[in-house]
Design a protein around this ligand. Structure first.
Ligand SMILES: Cc1ncc(COP(=O)(O)O)c(C=O)c1O
Length: 392
């Protein structure tokens, strides 16, 4: 029998606060895309209540009628203080930041600042599928530099790709996902320093999506890209959206390295009209007062990673799960099950459990599926039971 781990000390584990009946009342994408008999463990929403501090900040704003346009640098200051405490990084200067509507629209704006139509944007598949969609939609060209051994960055492949992308003298950008979605890989200071060195050598501009940065497992160190030597020309996107489940409260921050401030300053003023004032209030409250809640979540996620490992060992030993150091996602290698390129389709059709198909993640996605661990231990247990029955 697989045992369900117990509550962690301190704040209560937010992954144990809600039940299925309550979750099914939600109207967001996770809960309304599939019929009621499907257990949804796909899109990156978490089955948690909001942190009290976020609820309070929003409730106060609503009570005041404080629902106008955003002003000031409170979000950037909260992130700077969080980064100093959490990552011992003191490099966030509010004057080198800009509010953007969300991380993906921020990525688009940053790439527009440093490339032109038709230019290559390098990504590391398997990677978050909207990277492909947004880059293509903005008339840039996706160039793949797949992850290598152990699902880590392959610096040899990256260098080769940088060399080819810039061979004819054009501009190129590298969209790095750090920590990496879907594998949960946390890039080391050495890897990131090597990336910065290669980017400088070939004149490639690095844009880093660090949305999952608050979500590293206990004992693992996240290294902000802009903190490594040589990354001064880098651009980064950060947000409280994944860490505190605030995707519906739109806001994110674009950060410029010390030598990229002039680039960020070229970002059109109208981009700052996109984020919502309530979103900024929520993100600011999360970063400044939601650390206890985050720690309880991280402990719960670690319990769920262990629970998933033991459930798979017991019921689906053919699946290999990549040991994630961050995110609330599990990247499942299902190739040994013989379910073809899209095992998620089989788990949905026969097991009534929705995972994300590996195929849209690009090279390396076939035969894989991504499971969202940010749910209750009971739902996770039921999901794996259903996946196992799909094979019988
Ligand atoms: C790597 C990554 N980037 C961006 C996003 C989306 O962020 P936003 O809603 O702020 O655009 C997600 C959502 O899951 C993600 O995993």
């Amino acid at each position: 029998m697989t045992s369900i781990p117990h509550d962690t000390p301190g704040e209560p584990d937010p992954l144990r606060a809600l039940d299925l009946e309550r979750l099914r009342r939600r109207t967001s994408m996770k809960w309304r895309t599939y019929p009621e008999d499907v257990l949804p463990l796909w899109v990156a929403e978490m089955d948690v209540p909001l942190a009290e501090t976020v609820v309070r900040a929003l409730t106060d704003a609503l009570a005041l009628g404080d629902t106008g346009y955003p002003a000031g640098t409170a979000y950037a200051e909260a992130l700077a203080a969080f980064a100093a405490k959490r990552w011992n990084w003191h490099g966030i200067a509010p004057e080198r930041t800009a509010i953007v509507p969300d991380v993906m629209l921020g990525v688009v704006e940053m790439i527009k600042l440093v490339t032109g139509a038709g230019d290559p944007v390098i990504v590391n598949p398997p990677v978050y599928p909207p990277f492909f969609q947004f880059i293509t939609h903005m008339d840039r060209r996706v160039v793949e530099a797949p992850l290598g051994a152990g699902l880590r960055l392959d610096l040899g492949i990256l260098e080769e790709t940088f060399r080819e992308a810039t061979a004819h003298g054009g501009r190129a950008a590298y969209l790095l996902c750090s920590p990496h979605n879907p594998t949960g890989t946390v890039h080391t200071a050495e890897e990131l320093t090597a990336v910065a060195g290669l980017a400088e050598r070939y004149g490639v501009r690095v844009v880093v999506d660090e949305i999952h940065a608050p979500l590293v497992a206990p004992g693992v160190t996240f290294v902000p890209y802009l903190s490594v030597p040589g990354a001064e020309r880098g651009l980064s996107l950060m947000s409280a959206s994944k860490g505190w489940n605030l995707a519906g409260l739109k806001a994110a921050l674009a950060l410029a390295g010390t030598a990229a401030a002039a680039d960020l300053a070229r970002m059109p003023e109208e981009v700052s009209h996109g984020p919502s004032h309530l979103g900024i209030i929520a993100h600011t409250a999360a970063l400044s007062e939601g650390i206890g809640w985050l720690d309880a979540l991280l402990a719960g996620l670690q319990d769920n990673r262990r629970l998933l490992d033991s459930l798979l060992a017991e019921h689906l030993p053919g699946i290999r799960v990549h040991p994630a150091e961050a995110t609330f996602l599990a990247w499942l290698d299902c190739r040994a099950l013989g379910l073809g390129d899209d095992p998620a389709e089989v788990f949905l059709g026969r097991g009534r459990v929705a995972l994300s198909s590996g195929l849209p993640f690009g090279t390396g996605g076939a035969g894989h599926a991504r499971l969202n661990l940010a749910t209750t231990p009971e739902i996770l247990t039921e999901a794996v039971r259903r996946m196992a029955t799909a094979l019988t």
